[in-house]
Design a protein around this ligand. Structure first.
Ligand code: SAH
Ligand code: SF4
Length: 358
């Protein structure tokens, strides 16, 4: 529920509107997970809410910690699907990478999530609960560290789950709740052109990242089948028309695949392609996983690609792999158990999953 939904909910149950706001603040600002915690609601108020509503959509089932401090959380939905979210510390900052779907329908050839196919969309509660469970976990294991940045770059294509993602953005950016700044949130998409046009007209304004991954249609067609529907010209056309606030730019993600899209000629073509767009490029050296046969270019090749882009005037940054020892890096989220190859997700029957373990 957004705050407005919670207020309407209270009124519909014959309670004062402010009761809705009170309960909502407990959940979204203070992270309450039980009605018993809401001390100022009164015993009767708590009992009434407990009968009419439920808090929390996910259970934290597992936490893996990488040697670089990255933590991967496995979270289980009420109907037994596992999803993953990653906490990435970087100095004082902590970025959380969240999922928007169970699996993904887009089928990019280099991505482990793609191999799951699309199981289902996450609802707004399941999207925001990833943040609240991570917030709780951090308070326990690293008090003082806070989630400062949020990226919709986990499992799923956020713009395929447009309405729920938008609602989650409204909830998370509400000052009376978690109060995350819009400038600290990034939504990443494989490039659904009509949805990009819609997103540009919304009142919530997250940063935008686009997974380009190729300097021309011939290469992009091969590695991202979605390009056959919305090719680079259509995608860049929508992005040139995208209303950007002052001092903001679009991020292009570019997964570097050895022998596929990593030549100096590719870099030059990329720099030409993006000329005139307010943007930067994040180069992501391919993170290997058992479901795809691509290779990561050598560090020298990665460096040469980046330098060539920069030389041609394209601001280009290297995204170093974080948490790859626990399969938490970009493109590796696929619910593997014990490092084994992909296990198909199954619907869980019976009682809810076990409490968190680390
Ligand atoms: N579906 C959205 C959000 C997921 S973000 C999107 O594709 O933008 C996932 C990012 O990781 C994308 O930029 C994708 O190009 C990148 N990625 C996928 N598989 C990867 C891999 N094996 N190695 C490195 N990056 C990968
Ligand atoms: Fe889906 Fe993004 Fe993976 Fe492509 S890279 S399959 S859009 S999650």
């Amino acid at each position: 529920m957004t705050l407005a939904d919670a207020e309407a909910f209270a009124v519909a149950h014959g309670w004062p509107r402010f009761r809705g706001e009170q309960a909502w603040r407990w959940v979204h600002a203070r992270g309450a997970r039980g009605w018993g915690e809401m001390t100022d609601l009164g015993k009767d108020g708590r009992a009434a809410f407990a009968e009419a509503a439920a808090i929390g959509s996910l259970e934290l089932a597992e936490v893996q910690t990488s040697r670089d401090g990255t933590r991967k959380l496995r979270l289980v939905t009420r109907d037994g699907h596992s999803i993953e979210s990653v906490l990435i510390p970087d100095g004082d900052k902590t970025t959380q990478c969240i999922s928007s779907q169970v699996g993904c329908a887009v089928d990019c050839q280099f991505c482990a999530t793609a191999k799951l196919g699309l199981r289902r969309n996450l609802d707004p509660g399941e999207i925001v609960d990833q943040v609240y469970l991570a917030r709780r976990l951090l308070a326990e294991v690293e008090p003082g560290r806070r989630i400062t940045n949020l990226v919709y770059m986990g499992m799923g294509e956020p713009l395929h789950n447009y309405d729920n993602v938008l609602t989650s953005l409204r909830i998370l950016t509400d000052d009376k709740g978690a109060g995350l700044g819009q400038r600290r949130i990034t939504v990443s998409t494989s490039g659904l052109v009509p949805k990009l046009e819609r997103l540009g007209a919304e009142d919530v304004r997250p940063n935008l990242a686009v997974s380009l991954n190729a300097p021309n249609d011939a290469i992009r067609d091969q590695i991202m089948p979605i390009n056959r529907k919305w090719n680079i010209a259509k995608l860049l056309g929508a992005l040139r028309a995208y209303p950007l606030e002052q001092r903001r730019r679009i991020t292009f993600e570019y997964v570097l695949l050895a022998g596929v899209n990593d030549s100096l000629a590719d870099a030059a073509q990329l720099a030409r392609l993006l000329r005139g767009i307010k943007c930067k490029v994040n180069v992501i050296p391919y993170n290997p996983h058992p479901e795809a046969e691509f290779r990561r270019p050598s560090p020298a090749a990665v460096d040469a690609f980046q330098q060539e882009c920069k030389r041609l005037g394209l601001p280009t940054y290297l995204r170093t792999p974080r948490g790859d020892d626990i399969d938490a890096a970009c493109g590796q989220l696929a619910n593997r158990v014990d490092g084994a190859p992909l296990v198909p997700l199954r619907l869980r029957k019976g009682p809810p999953p076990a409490p968190p373990v680390e």
